[in-house]
Design a protein around this ligand. Structure first.
Ligand code: C2E
Ligand code: MG
Ligand code: MG
Ligand code: MG
Length: 274
């Protein structure tokens, strides 16, 4: 009986019973320890070029190997990292790791591929962002032409500081893509004027486009528009052959999705795709 009540008492202190603010603080603390202890990892998802039938790059996605809770996906910790600004050191670490991995594969004489890394708004607007980016490239001798930064439409494209950062990134020879394109509010006028290379069509539109006329039209329209503006397009979340055929017919050059490959750790990615 004593054991039973002990079990109950423990349940009472389970994190689901904690006030939201307190469990946030806990998770934030765990993230800080986690970064120090090397619990964060990079997973790589292939980016497939339809016309050449090759994997020309990868998107690098963050994972957290939590000591108790196992492998955590970004939706469980990135929003809080952004809210608490822990995204600044975490994002800095991520960029350095991406450069380090690129260099490592180069040293091993694999054909170089481009690596795309997600950048949060706060990270992008942080005053040290550009200097740290340049440091990472220099330190690991990464060719900037192989680096792609994925930003979202949350970035204030009309803001003069944000535009200056974009121009600087372009001058460094780094490519820029607009992630989750179609879900935000960015005006096409800005996209056209800014040094953007790629639009990534959000998975939400791609996943049901074969059965949802609105989304099909939207995807077709983005592809047409991108062609006019001379932008690359990546269709995200391609899971079925039928979707790939449709994208091919409509002039989409690049696709990403479970049909090609799921995100996997560096060693597996390398043995499968490099
Ligand atoms: P995202 O940049 O749009 O990344 C694509 C997400 O879609 C990834 O989820 C990927 O695993 C998933 N995905 C790709 N293909 C398919 C598919 O065919 N079917 C399905 N169902 N899903 C697919 P993930 O890895 O959970 O990442 C979620 C989001 O977390 C990312 O969305 C990105 O916004 C954010 N994120 C990931 N890593 C980082 C990072 O290092 N920094 C920042 N700031 N955000 C990150
Ligand atoms: Mg992305
Ligand atoms: Mg995306
Ligand atoms: Mg997305």
């Amino acid at each position: 009986a004593a054991k039973k009540s002990h079990g109950k008492r423990w349940l009472f202190y389970d994190e689901t019973y904690l006030p939201a603010e307190q469990s946030k603080l806990e998770l934030e603390k765990e993230m800080r320890y986690g970064l120090e202890r090397g619990e964060f990892q990079l997973h790589f998802q292939p980016l497939y070029r339809i016309d050449t039938n090759t994997v020309s790059g990868a998107e690098v996605l963050m994972r957290w190997e939590h000591p108790e809770r196992g492998l955590l996906f970004p939706n469980t910790f990135i929003p809080l990292a952004e809210e608490s600004r822990f995204i600044i050191p975490l994002g800095r670490w991520m960029i350095r790791e991406v450069c380090r991995q690129w260099s490592c594969w180069k040293t091993q004489e694999y054909e170089p591929i481009s690596l795309a890394v997600n950048i949060s708004v706060n990270q992008f607007l942080h005053p040290d962002f550009l200097a740290e980016l340049e440091d990472a490239l220099r330190e690991y001798e990464m060719d900037p032409a192989y680096l792609e930064l994925e930003i979202t439409e949350n970035i204030p494209f009309s803001d003069s500081y944000a535009i200056a950062v974009l121009e600087h990134i372009k001058q460094l020879g780094i490519r820029i893509s607009i992630d989750d394109f179609g879900t935000g509010y960015s005006s096409l006028q800005y996209i056209q004027r800014l040094p953007v290379h790629t639009l990534k069509i959000d998975r939400a539109f791609v996943c049901d486009m074969m059965h949802n006329r609105n989304n099909k039209v939207l995807v077709e329209t983005i592809l047409l528009m991108a062609k006019q503006l001379d932008l690359d397009v990546v269709a995200e979340g391609v899971e079925e052959q039928e979707q790939l055929e449709f994208l091919k017919e409509n002039g989409c050059a690049l696709v990403q999705g479970y049909l090609i490959g799921k995100p996997t750790e560096a060693v597996l990615f390398r043995s499968k795709w490099l």
